[in-house]
Write a protein that binds this ligand. Structure first.
Ligand code: FAD
Length: 466
């Protein structure tokens, strides 16, 4: 069996490795760097920034923990982000992991082809580089990922506006940052740059930040970010972005940008027109599936603005073509891409699996973190599912108190018969803690099962003793 995979992001490269383990011959085609968005400009580099932000915050509050700096005797004196060093560390981390992926792909059954892939027909893909060449296989898996969505307002395409990619490469900490969009990516950058010292404003179209998350969790996260000095404006539609002259009279005059010194962002909020000015603007209004120029029509693959249409086995309308990851427009998360790839592979091999693609943990790496899995209370109401919720708080958790990180809670959504339907965590290490609840929900556990599970003491996981 021979398989062509387009895109070496987490969906594509993990599927390639697994396919080779199963004895399949794999052609993996990548136009950029292996690791895709996740490794090169997404999950990993942002977490490097998050870690520096976390260390900064801890250093600033070190005095409260009885930790003093020898130079001045007091913690918190003049601690600032050295963006050059942070970027350097980011490059080293990405390089290290990328080389790890290359090692894993170094398999006689995997051929890594560099170039842009275009589907020619149901079994053939043309690669343009260095010269045009056709590859044929029994199956094609499209794992081409996604790209940052554009801001469709006047000035929304100004060259100085940043997407997450450009902000990860910024060479200075802007005095002020306006983040358009309070989804996961927008909030992570807002939290990080607030710690780095920028004055941050977040403008969100919907009535709540993290629109798909539990409303209690979103409310608490908003309060917490606001307390840190981040201005968050919800129910606000950005109308235009315009550059301000570099006369040194506005915020960001010291930004060092070649472009304008600042931007004016005009928005409608609750029937009124308002504006804010910022030295840097991050457009984080979502991501769109990368379907352009793939030649999907040549194989009769159905797709639209929301991505490639797939069935529960990730098979497209063309029986020999599968699609996985962000390009399907489902949950745009690295681990979703990986497990969709496994599902596609299992279907290609005629294997049944019990991967539950509807139980997907997701995390927001703000400070504190937020994480969720399963249904929210609101979703249960919409679906007519009778449920109750149970809450526990980090302030009563011994480890959280010792850490000095007591802000937050766990909200568990439980069906009438006791089955756990969802869990929503706001608090320290939420992104790691959610794994336990993902396992419980995936295995169809009840609150009784959770209660009779012994958790080590003192750990944050005791917060699940509800
Ligand atoms: P991608 O990783 O996008 O990879 C697709 C690959 O296909 C790319 O390398 C691209 O060059 C290649 N390609 C595209 N077209 C062609 C072609 N025609 N020919 C050849 N190659 C092609 N997710 C998480 O789970 N956790 C996080 O913390 C997280 N943080 C994120 C932070 C940011 C700033 C961003 C932008 C994303 C983040 N994500 C996170 C989302 C995550 O990066 C994506 O969900 C994940 O990368 C999707 O994997 P994929 O394999 O579908 O596509």
């Amino acid at each position: 069996m021979k398989i062509i995979i387009i895109g070496a992001g987490p969906g594509g490269y993990e599927t390639a490795i697994e396919a080779a383990k199963r004895g399949m011959e794999v052609i993996l085609i990548e136009k950029g760097n292996v690791g895709g968005t996740c490794l090169n400009e997404g999950c990993i580099p942002t977490k490097v920034f998050c870690r520096s932000a976390e260390i900064l915050e801890e250093a600033r509050s070190a005095g409260e923990f009885g930790v003093c700096f020898r130079s001045d005797g007091m913690a918190g004196a003049d601690i600032r982000a050295d963006i050059g060093k942070i970027r350097q560390r980011k490059s080293e981390v990405v390089e290290q992991l990328r080389s790890g992926v290359h090692t894993l792909l170094d398999n006689r059954l995997i051929t890594l082809v560099h170039g842009r892939a275009v589907i020619k027909d149901a079994h053939t893909v043309t690669v343009d580089c260095p010269e045009s060449r056709d590859y044929t296989a029994d199956c094609i898996v499209v794992a081409s990922g996604s790209a940052a969505a554009a801001l469709h307002v006047p000035g929304g395409d100004l060259p100085g506006l940043a997407t997450s990619r450009e902000l990860l490469d910024i060479d200075h900490v802007p005095e002020s940052l306006c983040v358009i969009g309070a989804g996961v990516i927008g909030l992570e950058f807002a939290s990080v740059f607030n710690s780095f010292g920028s004055r941050v404003t977040v403008i969100e179209y919907c009535g709540q930040i993290l629109p798909r998350f539990d409303s209690d969790l979103a409310k608490r996260l908003k309060q917490s970010l606001s307390k840190r000095g981040i201005e968050i404006i919800t129910s606000a539609a950005v109308r235009s972005v315009s550059p301000l002259p570099a006369d040194g009279s506005v915020y960001g005059a010291d930004d060092g940008d070649a472009g304008p010194s600042a931007y004016r962002i005009v928005y409608d909020c609750k029937g009124k027109v308002a504006q804010t000015v910022a030295g840097k603007v991050l457009v984080a209004v979502g991501r769109r599936p990368a379907t352009d120029g793939l030649g999907l029509e040549n194989a009769g693959v159905e797709y639209g603005p929301k991505g490639i249409v797939v069935d529960e086995n990730m098979r497209t309308s063309c029986p020999s073509v599968y699609a996985i990851g962000d390009v399907t427009g489902k949950m745009m998360l690295a681990h979703v891409a990986v497990y969709q790839g496994l599902r596609a592979l299992n279907h290609i091999c005629g294997r049944k699996d019990n991967i539950n693609l509807s139980v997907v943990p997701s995390a927001v790496f703000t400070m504190p973190e937020a994480a969720a899995v399963g249904l929210t209370e609101d979703e249960c109401k919409e679906k007519g599912i009778a449920c109750r919720t149970m809450k526990s708080f980090f302030r009563s958790n011994g480890k959280a108190v010792a850490l000095g990180q007591t802000d937050g809670f766990v909200k568990t959504v439980v069906a009438e018969d006791g089955h756990i339907l969802g869990c929503h965590i706001f608090g320290p290490h939420a992104a790691d803690l959610i794994a336990e609840m993902a396992a419980f929900i995936g295995m169809g556990a009840t609150v009784e099962d959770l209660r009779s599970t012994i958790h080590a003491h003192p750990t944050l996981s005791e917060v699940f003793r509800i």
